[in-house]
Design a protein around this ligand. Structure first.
Ligand code: ZN
Length: 122
């Protein structure tokens, strides 16, 4: 697992909110007060600019965030959980793209599944 994490680290930028986390977290998405990041363990955490880290325990949110990372770095699919209860995303019908959006926004606005086309059941 760590070899894959190291490869992802090398491919990602180091935009995490605190320098001490560089090399340990892969940034996924910026929020108003920090970043969603992937940890070496495969857990998704939210790290604030103050350095507070909180694990994202909700499976649908964590899978969507890893899925979003995988749309940029496909190797990140390694860190997607194996959910026995996954279902096709009702919003995009499995395509990963919200086809009711104007074409110019379809690459900008991510589906709630993160673009992977499925979600763990709630
Ligand atoms: Zn979707």
């Amino acid at each position: 697992m760590s070899d894959i994490f190291e490869r992802l680290l090398a491919l990602s930028t180091s935009r995490v909110p605190r320098p001490e986390f560089r090399g340990e977290l892969i940034p996924i998405e910026e929020t108003v007060d920090g970043w969603y990041c992937l940890e070496r363990t495969g857990a998704v955490v939210h790290v604030t600019s103050d350095g507070d880290a909180e694990q994202i325990a909700e499976a649908r949110t964590a899978a969507a965030l890893v899925g979003k990372l995988a749309t940029v770095l496909p190797l990140a699919t390694y860190f997607l959980g194996r959910y026995r209860n996954a279902e096709v995303c009702a919003t995009c019908n499995g395509s990963g793209v919200i086809d009711t959006l104007p074409l110019e926004l379809q690459d900008t606005i991510a589906c709630e599944c993160g673009g992977i086309g499925w979600r763990p059941k709630a």
